[in-house]
Design a protein around this ligand. Structure first.
Ligand code: SF4
Length: 697
């Protein structure tokens, strides 16, 4: 009953890229309940994280005052978050901001601006992401600024930019309503995009054919017309074999190819070597199934392709996406109702943070830093020509540069590389080796353990700002409650830091930042703060002040030279680290329904932690039997980089030679084990494949 609450505030769920709109029920200054409201993506629905993952904002571990490291306190994972006073002393904002800015400025002045780098966050608003990249670019004169998109869809974006001319989805996931077939590959929406998954399930109930492809038998298999559980790492030969059937049997859309694409003949020749019979041993999928799937997809009136980290987090992640783009193009499945390419974005604002320029090679709206015209346009908007023409370093390259001594200081906002980076001991050693580390966050994260200065930030429901979901829908998150203690909104902290670095910024409210963003971002044309306040969401591109936005793009060609999309053939590149006698299993990592990324929020949410309290991995029952481990018993996982011990679950969906490992648990951190080898284009690490040894604990 609404009379039970003091206020009901409309906002957006802070977790996954679906971007469900929520109503926050507030009583006595605290959020007491969350309900779904009728946003364009969720139509009133919520998953368990959106519904129950809110009380972390009232957790006693929240940072409430700025902290400065004590002179003699060692750096490392040794700070008790309920009593940081052993390693840090409380400070005023003035003192902490001075210390943060002076430490970074000293490094800049002594070693050049390139000695400082920044990690921003997809947990922040568009305005906060924009200000963060502007601070690094303008304050330090280079582009060493990145965020978790590097660990997420960087390879998908590289392939989409190359072949389609735009990194965003070509159709909203809700367009599946108009499809008659859909492929979901390398994604587990039932756990990772649960509300999107409800639309996928509805689609099958009305007769839509769902083709699920994944090395793990993920949750959507129960709804699939075809489930292809292929060998890990065999994505390119599998997708090429599907396309080779489409070529061999003449099932492609010649009229679409002629009108809208280039390089088709080259692609066609390349695919001749991938007959399904020839690659069945490699993929583990029999030729008859591949032929049937090819006929079903190519024979559809309209088909969509969805993918996730199972596609992107490989050293051949860009090639995987190139294949999916080619498959959509050859069947004419872009730019019409019920058709399109949709890389499911993981984090609630990873699309928006990327759009806002939190990427080392691009200014806002994916405009290259190497383009003189782009830099001069931003010089006009920012009032100086500070932007360097050199592409900056990516997340993993920045940590390598710390080890090499080239980067000595970092400003990290809302990211947790001490948990989220591959080969995490390498990342932790880099953080420990910095001369000056400023961390801005809501909790004393594993990364904050290495900080010199910690700046306490507001959580999502404590601030106002825009975010952009996987559907390109720009939505307004509204402040429902005040931050605890002295914690402040990220944008305001970044402005104060910028001004201490001499940048002379004047922003009184996020709407001022949004207005500046619109000057350099055509994607925001016709989207105003006032519209967002009134309408809650506008999809980009929006063609007029009345247009709610375009769910489908590229009906009349692509934003590339000549308006044509491109086929880029992909060859087979095996995973970097093959199983062998010493490390005979394949390790793959991911999320699980109840926990979010490194667990800093959901493990402090009462209901979610109660449901899923313990570090765990999943193995096939036959594998557990061989190991002599009962379900629920402990196993040791060991790779060339480290070892962890944790509880093993029995799961028939995991192939007998695989281990599935969620990465939310600090006590058994998955990234102690993962392989840091990078995709050469997207620079994304191979989180989805490492050779591992499994034994009873
Ligand atoms: Fe939040 Fe995603 Fe769940 Fe929606 S589906 S409630 S956005 S976590």
């Amino acid at each position: 009953d609404s009379r039970d609450f003091d206020a009901e505030i409309a906002s957006v769920c802070p977790f996954c890229g679906v971007g469900c709109q929520v109503s926050l029920k507030v009583k006595d200054g605290a959020v007491k309940k969350v309900e779904g409201i009728n946003g364009p993506a969720n139509e009133g629905r919520l998953c368990v994280k959106g519904r129950f993952g809110y009380d972390y904002i009232h957790h006693p571990h929240r940072l409430t005052t700025p902290l400065i490291r004590r002179a003699d306190a060692p750096k490392g994972l040794n700070v008790d978050p309920s009593d940081p006073s052993t390693h840090f002393r409380e400070a005023t904002w003035e003192e902490a901001l001075d210390a943060a800015a002076q430490g970074l400025a000293r490094l800049r002045d002594a070693h050049g601006g390139q000695s400082v780098a920044g990690f921003g966050s997809a947990k922040c608003s568009n305005e906060e992401a924009y200000l963060f990249q502007k601070l690094i670019r303008q304050g330090f004169g280079h582009n060493n600024v990145d965020h978790c998109t590097r660990l997420c869809h960087a390879s998908s974006v590289a392939a989409l930019m190359e072949n389609v001319g735009s990194g965003a989805v070509t159709a909203t996931f809700n367009e599946i309503e108009n499809a008659d077939v859909a492929i979901v590959i390398g994604a587990n929406p039932v756990e990772n995009h649960p509300v999107a998954a409800t639309f996928f399930k509805q689609f099958t109930r009305r007769g839509g054919k769902l083709i699920v492809m994944d090395p793990r038998g993920v949750g959507l298999r129960r709804y699939a017309s075809h489930m292809l559980q292929f060998r890990p790492g065999a994505d390119v030969p599998l997708l090429n074999s599907i396309m080779s059937v489409i070529v061999e049997e003449g099932l492609y859309d010649q009229a679409y190819i002629d009108r809208f694409t280039e390089n088709w003949e080259h692609e066609k020749q390349h695919l001749a070597g991938f007959a399904p019979e020839a690659v069945a041993d490699l993929t583990g999928i029999d030729a008859a199934t591949v032929r049937e799937v090819a006929r079903v997809f190519a024979g559809a009136q309209a088909g969509m392709i969805f993918w996730g980290m199972g596609i992107s987090q490989h050293i051949h992640g860009t090639d995987n996406s190139r294949c999916l783009i080619s498959l959509a193009l050859m069947t004419g499945n872009v730019g019409k109702p019920g058709a399109g390419l949709h890389p499911l974005r993981g984090q609630n604002n990873v699309q928006g943070a990327s759009d806002a320029g939190l990427i080392p090679m691009f200014l806002p709206d994916y405009q290259s830093v190497t383009d003189d015209g782009v830099r001069s346009a931003f010089a006009g908007i920012w009032g100086d020509d500070a932007v360097s023409p050199e592409k900056g370093l990516t997340v993993t390259e920045i940590l390598d540069a710390v080890h090499a001594g080239a980067i000595r200081g970092m400003y990290i906002l809302g990211e947790n590389p001490a948990m989220s980076d591959p080969d995490v001991e390498h990342a932790r050693a880099a953080l420990a080796g910095l001369d000056h580390l400023v961390v801005q966050d809501i909790f004393l994260t594993e990364t904050a353990n290495y900080a010199d200065v910690i700046l306490p930030a507001a959580a999502f429901y404590e601030k106002t700002g825009t975010v952009t979901n996987t559907n390109r829908q720009v939505q307004l998150g509204r402040r429902a409650v005040a931050p605890p203690g002295d914690a402040r909104e990220d944008w305001a902290i970044t402005v104060d830091l910028a001004n201490r670095l001499g940048l002379g910024w004047h922003y009184a409210h996020p709407r001022d930042v949004f207005a500046e963003m619109k000057q350099g971002m055509k994607s925001l044309d016709n989207i105003t703060w006032d519209r967002l306040e009134q309408e809650g969401a506008v999809t980009y591109p929006s063609l007029s002040p009345e247009d709610p936005g375009q769910p489908i793009v590229f009906a009349e060609g692509f934003p590339r030279a000549g308006g044509r999309a491109r086929f880029t053939p992909a060859s087979v590149i095996p995973p970097d680290e093959q199983p062998d006698a010493e490390y005979p299993f394949v390790l793959t990592t991911g999320r699980q329904l109840e926990h979010w990324h490194t667990g800093s929020m959901t493990r402090r949410s009462r209901v979610l932690d109660a449901v899923e309290p313990q570090a765990n991995c999943s193995l096939h029952p036959a594998t557990l039997r061989k190991l002599g481990v009962a379900p629920g018993g402990d196993v040791v996982l060991e790779t060339r980089r480290g070892r962890i011990t944790l509880m093993a679950r029995s799961d028939r969906a995991v192939a007998p030679d695989m281990v599935f490992l969620p990465f939310a648990y600090v006590e058994a951190a998955a990234n102690i084990l993962t392989n840091p080898a990078l995709d050469p284009y997207g620079k994304i690490p191979e989180f989805k494949f490492a050779a591992v040894r499994v034994s009873a604990a």
